[in-house]
Structure formats: C-alpha cells, structure tokens
Ligand binder design. Structure first.
Ligand code: HAM
Length: 428
C-alpha cells in the first residue's frame, strides 16, 4: 500500500463516529455521579506553565523527565501540554479564590491529556481522563469516597472483575525516615538491582518498589515495608480508610509496592485494575489511580488544604468495555425516512425536516441521492416503520405520501398535518 502523506502523530488517534458513543456513555455516567456527590465541573487550559508540573509531580519522575511536551512560546514563556489534571486544578483552585468558598469544595474534569510515552496497547501520547478532586477535607472518609466513586463508575459502565489496590505512603512525619531505611537497605544490595533501579536509588527511592524487572523482585520482597513504619497519625488514617472500604463492601488488596508515579501524594494511594495476569498488573494498565495529596495547595502558595482525588483513563476503560462486549442501553431507533424527488420536493423536504427536528422526532434522509430506488433501499436498510415521500406532484399539491413499510399501504396527508399524523401513528 502506498504510504500516506499525512498520518496522525505517533500515539495519537482520531475518535471516529462509531466510537463517540463510548465517550458519550462514559461522560453521562461520570457527570451523573459527579452531580449526585456535589462535584462542580471545571475545565482548565490544555497548556500550563511547565514549572507547575515539575514542581507538583516531581523533577525526578518519568512524567516530568521524559514525558512532557514542553516548549517555549514566541515571547519566551515555558509552557507544557498538560500531562495530568491535578496540578492545573489546584492552580485554578488557588487562583480563583476557591479557598474562601465553603469547604469541602469538590471539582471534576473530563478531557485530553498528553504524555510522550512509548505507545503500546492502552498507552497513548494523547489520551482522555476524567478526574475528581476534593479540597478542604482531611477525614479518611473522603479517601474512601473517592475510591468508591471510581469503583461505582466502572461498575455502572458494567465492567466486571475489578481489583482495587490500596496503600499508604505516609507523610512528611514518617516518610523521610522510611526512605532512609529503604535507601540503606537497597544500597547494600545495589549490585542485584536493574540499571533503572540503580538510578532510582539516588533519585526516587520509592519507585524501586514498583519495578517490574525480574532481577529486582527478590530484593524488593525483603525490603522494609512502609506500613510497618507509618507514624501514628498516618496509621490511624489508613486504618479508617480500610474500615470504610469494608463498610461499603468494596473488595481491595493491600499492595505495599503501590507508590504511584507522581510525587505529590501523602497517605492513601490507590489504583483500580481489570482482573488479569498478576505479571501484567502495573500502573501501565491501571484503569484509575489517585490518592491524598495534602501538601500540594501549600506548595503552590495557597493555604494549608487537605486534598484527595483520582483520575481514570478513558481509552483503557473503552478497551475493556469492548473486550468485555458491554452493551449500551439501546439507542433511539430511527423509525422514519424522508424520500424526495425533484428540486421543489427537495426544498419542501428541507423545511419539513427542520419541523421534525423542532418536534423532536428523529427522521432519516438521503438528500444526496436523487433516485427514489436508492433512497428506498436506504430506508429498508435502516428498517424504518414509515417512509414519507414527496415527489414533484406531491410538492406542487403540498401533500406527503406516508408509506407503511411493513404492509406497503400508502396514504396521502396534507404537508402541514404530517407531523401530527406521524405523532399519532408512532404512539400506537
Ligand atoms: P495517573 O495514574 O498518572 O494519575 O493517571 C490516571 C489514569 O490515566 C491511569 O490510571 C490510566 O488509566 C490513565 N493514563 C495515564 N497515562 C496514560 C496513557 N499514556 N495512555 C492512556 N491512559 C493513560 C494522574 O494523572 C493523577 N492526576 C490522578 C489523581 C487525581 N491523583 C489525585 N487526583
């Protein structure tokens, strides 16, 4: 095949008409749940200052080091396509004075995000996420509610076999000590680590815990676990999160290796996966992830504000909906077809079509085709109940023929009465 002159950028894809229904369905479910729990929708710009992300996500993370689409504008500003939604929403929260509104303040979003990753199944360079963020509530009930919201959305989308993984990564009281312990543990075993982990040893020690390299597994297995080193406050917080999860009957696994790829988290972190091969279960195929990030608002210059949230990958959800062959509520079927012949009839049909739209009655047409035969075959293909026909004679006489497609019976109706007539027929 001849190579096309232009293709979509690597890792980015078109959303074709046949796939729009998935996005729409997910949007509907997410926005309903957001309304129910009192979240207000927010849209932030697609680009932000690059530093917003490097400060929030962390300079040593893969997202900031390798995956940002960062660029300089003509006037020299450093901007980046947003790789995630939390940092922009926190920026917007502070900038728009939302700290002074009644708390907790809850926001949700739905849109495209960008990461320069190596594309593979379920991993794109432009992908869609929806996310929820709660500001101003430190109670662990919110951590559980966030997990519950994502779990409920995925269930409402009829996805089966979901696995929730949770962990606590402590806070500024207990994590520094744990990191020290971890560093001295891994340092004595540096020779047994993969080359990536050797680098992480210096740059991002926690990330060694979610390394998937075979070589690192035995070393990891013996490593000190954060849950044994949480301070009293983090320990009590996490215990309550788990108790609430039991209460709402969400099954979960404690995963001491779950650390997440973004640096802003404190205390609870979670990810939701489709059940499957244990080996394949890493953040690369998580459907959703998130947690608490109590320091971020302060880090951006706002007031101390406890915060918790999560985001889900829409392409991954759609991939699973397709592989689990999930059926949608049936779409409204088109029951009518409008066929026309000649230019006067076309004009009358155009007007009539507009009137059907105002009356909120779906009616299909094929104005591009002039032959009645081709139009009838389209009506047959759609399986409509009635075909409305306006030929030259009908157009002159201001009437329409209504043909019952099952019986073949036809009746002629005045043009200005046709909508009422059809309404009655469809009601029957
Ligand atoms: P994240 O885990 O980086 O978290 O992304 C959330 C979800 O987005 C992932 O679980 C995955 O489903 C999807 N995702 C991420 N990268 C890709 C990709 N390259 N291709 C397809 N899907 C992808 C965050 O972004 C945090 N902002 C979540 C959060 C909100 N934490 C607190 N609040």
């Amino acid at each position: 095949m001849k190579k096309l002159k232009f293709q979509s950028p690597t890792g980015m894809h078109d959303i074709l008409p046949e796939d729009q229904k998935y996005y729409q369905r997910i949007y509907d479910v997410v926005s309903n749940i957001a309304d129910f729990y009192g979240f207000g929708k927010i849209d932030t710009p697609i680009v932000e200052e690059t530093e917003l992300f490097s400060k929030a996500i962390g300079l040593a993370t893969d997202i900031v080091k390798k995956q940002m689409y960062a660029f300089k504008t003509k006037s020299g500003d450093s901007l980046a396509l947003r790789p995630e939604g939390t940092a922009p929403v926190v920026r917007a929260f502070i900038q728009n004075g939302m700290q002074n509104r009644p708390q907790p303040l809850k926001l949700w979003y739905f849109g495209p995000f960008f990461r320069y990753e190596r594309p593979q199944a379920g991993r794109y360079r432009q992908f869609w996420q929806f996310g929820f963020e709660v500001f101003g509530e430190k109670n662990p009930v919110i951590d559980t509610q966030i997990i519950q919201i994502f779990y409920n959305i995925l269930q409402e989308l009829k996805l089966k076999n979901l696995v929730v993984e949770v962990n606590s990564i402590g806070d500024s009281q207990c994590r520094p000590y744990y990191k020290k312990l971890l560093t001295s543990y891994f340092k004595t075993r540096e020779a047994s680590l993969c080359s990536n982990c050797k680098r992480r040893l210096r740059e991002n020690i926690l990330r060694i815990l979610d390394c998937k390299e075979e070589k690192c597994q035995p070393v990891k297995a013996e490593a000190p676990q954060i849950l044994d080193h949480l301070c009293d406050e983090c320990h009590a917080h996490f215990k309550e999160v788990l108790e609430f999860l039991d209460e709402v009957e969400i099954p979960y696994n404690l995963n001491p290796y779950l650390v997440r790829g973004l640096d802003y988290y404190t205390k609870t972190v979670f990810e939701i996966f489709p059940e499957g091969d244990e080996e394949e279960k890493d953040s690369k195929n998580a459907l959703a992830g998130g947690g608490r990030y109590d320091r971020l608002v302060k880090l951006f210059g706002g007031k101390e504000t406890p915060t918790c949230g999560g985001a889900a990958g829409i392409e991954r959800i759609i991939g699973l909906m397709k592989s689990q062959k999930i059926k949608f509520p049936p779409e409204a079927e088109t029951q009518l077809f409008l066929a026309q012949l000649g230019s006067l009839a076309k004009r009358k049909s155009l007007k009539l079509l507009g009137e059907f739209r105002k009356a909120k009655i779906m009616i299909a047409e094929s104005f591009g085709r002039d032959s009645l035969r081709a139009q009838f075959s389209r009506a047959d293909h759609l399986g409509v109940k009635y075909t409305l026909i306006i030929g030259q004679k009908e157009a002159l006489e201001e009437v329409v023929i209504i043909k019952d497609m099952k019986t073949g019976k036809q009746e002629t109706v005045k043009l200005d009465k046709v909508i009422e007539k059809i309404k009655r027929k469809l009601k029957r």
